[in-house]
Write a protein that binds this ligand. Structure first.
Ligand SMILES: Cc1cc2nc3c(=O)[nH]c(=O)nc-3n(C[C@H](O)[C@H](O)[C@H](O)COP(=O)(O)O)c2cc1C
Length: 369
């Protein structure tokens, strides 16, 4: 079955290609009665746009979003909500010529999978540009989540091996977008920037880690044993290009802990069951336990680097040397922060709708009884 759609009740289908006329998201399942406009979505898209011109792609896209269906008198109708973003700054010249896959990119696997019929320009559907569509949909999901007080906070914790310090307050994390690398630890951010600039001078790239917290999330979300909350979050994260790993709570470290160290013991606080620690990252048995959902996502270094590499001309099977052309990011981690937030919001809102916490008709929700 083709797989360009994520979600059960909040279903997001992503359309378009990097160098085609447009990209976009069609969301089926947005409850009727949500007031929304382009102005609610644009700020989130602006956060994803390249900002540090020295380490982000030189492609300058305004990423202006247009709502093309599903809206009447400023409110969602319950019909599919279509969000469209035109591609304006397209230069496909570097992608003309014989098929020579970039090492580390999806060019080779796409060639195999689609028999060479996929659109290779700018990576086509494998381009990081596709994430603008997810971010547009994520802005709608975030608006829905705000109605029930759920907050999604992602931020950079590592770039090029430089790690932010671990004791950051939620307040500091909330100010993440004040930092150019979206890292709440500004000292670490400066060292991260040096690593990026060094990679740039070397004709290379660097990766890093984005951490995400979902705060004030209701307990009881998740559909075990297959559509678990952690499973669905992991799947959503792997829809982001360049993601190579995810760990929840204490993550891989649990393999080295004893049960007595790893167990999060239960207590009662303000009449609510909470845990003393959060090694589980807010999810037990695939179901949210009411503690903050916490996970980290690993991004690989961008594959399109300015260095000579070995590759194969696929139509003739000749071995060749390749210098990748086109406009590329040196480090995508800062741009990934709003993308991780968006994908997280899409999954959480899907499960909130599945749990019936937000009704399909928001008027009904706002006038209980
Ligand atoms: C926001 C964003 C921007 C990206 N920009 C580039 C880029 O400029 N050049 C590049 O080679 N890869 C870039 N990537 C990563 C590729 O899209 C990705 O590595 C490729 O599709 C292969 O998929 P995989 O790394 O998940 O295996 C970007 C990813 C994201 C999320």
């Amino acid at each position: 079955m083709p797989a360009n759609t994520i979600g059960e009740r909040f279903r997001v289908t992503v359309i378009g290609e990097s160098h085609g006329p447009l990209i976009g998201a069609i969301i089926d399942g947005v409850p009727a009665g949500l007031p929304i406009s382009e102005g609610d979505i644009q700020p989130m898209l602006d956060l994803r746009r390249p900002h540090g011109e020295l380490y982000s792609t030189g492609r300058e896209e305004p990423d202006s979003v247009r709502i093309a269906s599903g809206l009447y008198r400023g409110m969602t109708t319950g019909g599919p909500l279509t969000l469209l973003i035109e591609n304006r700054d397209v230069d496909s010249r570097p992608y003309e010529g014989p098929p020579i896959p970039r090492p580390g990119h999806a060019d080779y696997t796409a060639w195999i999978r689609y028999g060479g019929r996929n659109d290779p320009r700018g990576g086509g559907r494998f381009s990081g540009r596709m994430t603008a569509a997810f971010v547009a949909a994520g802005a709608v999901a975030l608006k829905l989540l705000r109605r029930i007080g759920v907050e999604v906070l992602a931020y950079t914790v590592e770039i090029g091996g430089v790690r932010a310090h671990a004791d950051l307050s939620v307040e500091e994390k909330r100010r993440r977008y004040e930092d150019p690398l979206r890292c709440p630890d500004h000292e670490a951010s400066k060292s991260m920037e040096e690593k990026i600039m060094k990679a740039r001078r070397d004709g290379d790239s660097v990766g890093g880690i984005v951490e995400c917290l979902v705060v004030d999330v209701p307990a009881g979300l998740g559909e075990p044993i297959i559509d678990t909350l952690d499973g669905d979050l992991a799947k959503a994260m792997f829809a982001i290009p360049a993601v190579k790993g995810i760990e929840f709570g204490a993550g891989f470290k649990v393999a080295r802990l004893r049960g007595s160290e790893n167990n999060d013991q239960f207590i009662v606080k303000d009449g609510k069951v909470v845990t003393l620690t959060n090694n589980a990252g807010g999810i037990l048995g695939g179901i949210s336990n009411g503690m903050p959902i916490a996970f980290r996502v690993a991004f690989k270094p961008v594959s399109s680097i300015a260095r000579k590499q070995r590759s194969v001309r696929l139509d003739t099977m000749e071995e060749v040397e390749l210098i990748v052309k086109g406009r590329h990011d040196i480090c995508i981690v800062p741009r990934a922060v709003p993308i991780v937030e968006s994908m997280t919001a899409i999954v959480i809102v899907d499960h909130v709708l599945r749990a019936g916490i937000i009704a399909q008709n928001l008027d009904g929700y706002e006038r209980p009884g």
